[in-house]
Design a protein around this ligand. Sequence first.
Ligand SMILES: O=C(O)[C@H](O)COP(=O)(O)O
Length: 204
Amino acid sequence: MSGTLILVRHGQSEWNLKNLFTGWRNPDLTDLGKDEARKAGQLLKGRNIVPDAYFTSALKRAQHTLDLMLEEMGIDNLTIVRNTALNERDYGDLAGLNKDDARERWGDEQVHIWRRSYDVPPPGGESLKDTGARTLPYYEAEILPLVKAGKTVLVAAHGNSLRAMVKEIEGLSDDAIVKREIATGEPIIYTIGLDGSTEERIAS
Ligand SMILES: O=C(O)[C@H](O)COP(=O)(O)O
């Protein structure tokens, strides 16, 4: 027996557009972000995928993405589980700063290390490892058991909470995850067996 896990990063947010570090701040989607979310819903609908369970973060941009996807899929009357465990990495003191301004101030390399290294946190914030320490226990307790029981589960979350999950699911090394980017509004679909074996299918 196997189940299906679908991971979706929220569509473009107002702060993605403005090139600001966002983290736990709470901007909504742009018009482009709303379109991306609707397209993700259409893609799943086109594949006749009807999830059994829905998870998202406590942040508007991921919740709105899930709502728009469900609208496109014609699914209502359901329970959505929202949890801070699925929130974006906490960007600490960088939240609200422009990413180019930060590069000017601290240099390209330092900013890249804060954004993409595995275990170096930005000042006052979470590294990817810290994010995983919050996201993965939740994934393992609440999401994975459903998938292993043969269910289809849709998770709408964030670049770095999803990178933490992708690292675990695909068994990527600390070095390999540094290069892994998660595109907005593009569902990643995994088939996961009872024994935890994984087959990745990326929708396009
Ligand atoms: O929180 C943010 O600023 C973005 O959603 C993700 O940022 P990143 O591309 O720096 O990881």
